[in-house]
Design a protein around this ligand. Structure first.
Ligand SMILES: [Cu+2]
Length: 258
């Protein structure tokens, strides 16, 4: 039982208390966390993780992905309005046989754009192909964080479990650039490579069942929600010398899921 905790662990728990108070205060009553494990689409080899905290319609979004075409921008969106699922990594959904699972062919799983995860400015579906405002994958990796407002439709999709995180842009022919003869189903002036989905993950309510040892005891009388458990985890990490930010918990979970 927890009563048998070794002294250093108890001390750690006590040290976590002030931080716990701070973390809980910043995680408002209505805030909910969602996670996506990004899997490859179009045999892109891309993998990654997304994490979204929704507080009302204010979304704090973190995306970490690797295996992307280096040096090129990658459109990324919340997709909504369909099954909340992703196409598989093979080409079984390539209905027209052009060698790509296009956005149109994937839409039956993940729906239309609900938010554009741009780096600056507008985040509405209008910015869905605003290539100059999406992250560029330096070294093939994207590390994105931004807080912005989502629409009621997007908020509802999160609650309904039908929100999906999608990253676009693949280099199917290995040329090192978006090119090729097949043009995009979204914008015929762009190569299909620029817009085809590269990675996809359903955004599910975050599972917080893995609070670190020593963290559980600190929650006496106040462990009602997953946000509190998350805060405890963050505070416990902070107490052992890591920074008390959400990013810490995020990286930790990413590592666990790698
Ligand atoms: Cu998209």
């Amino acid at each position: 039982m927890r009563k048998a905790l070794a002294l250093p662990t108890v001390a750690l728990a006590a040290a976590a208390f002030p931080l716990l108070a701070v973390s809980t205060a910043s995680a408002h009553e209505g805030a909910h966390s969602y996670q996506a494990d990004l899997g490859a689409v179009n045999q892109s080899g891309v993998s990654g993780t997304g994490m979204v905290t929704l507080d009302g319609n204010t979304a704090t979004v973190m995306v970490e992905a690797t295996g992307l075409l280096a040096g090129s921008p990658h459109a990324q969106h919340f997709h909504i309005g369909a099954l909340g699922e992703c196409p598989t990594d093979d080409l079984s959904d390539d209905a027209d046989g052009d060698g790509f699972v296009s956005v149109s062919e994937a839409a039956k799983y993940y729906g239309a754009i609900g938010s554009s995860l741009t780096t600056t400015g507008d985040t509405s579906p209008d910015s869905g192909l605003a290539v100059d405002r999406f992250p560029t994958a330096e070294g093939g990796s994207v590390s994105y964080e931004r807080t912005f407002e989502v629409s009621d439709d997007v908020h509802k999709a999160f609650e309904d479990g039908t929100a999906v995180l999608v990253l676009h842009g693949i280099d199917k022919d290995g040329s090192g650039a978006y090119d090729g003869d097949v043009m995009s189903d979204l914008d015929p002036s762009l190569p299909m490579e620029a817009t085809a989905p590269a990675a996809c993950g359903a955004l599910n309510a975050a599972q917080m069942g893995t609070a670190p040892a020593g963290g559980a005891e600190t929650g006496a009388g106040d462990t009602a929600g997953i946000e509190n458990q998350a805060a405890i985890g963050i505070a416990a990490l902070a107490a052992v010398g890591a920074a008390a930010t959400g990013a810490v918990a995020y990286r930790r979970r990413s590592a666990e899921q790698a």
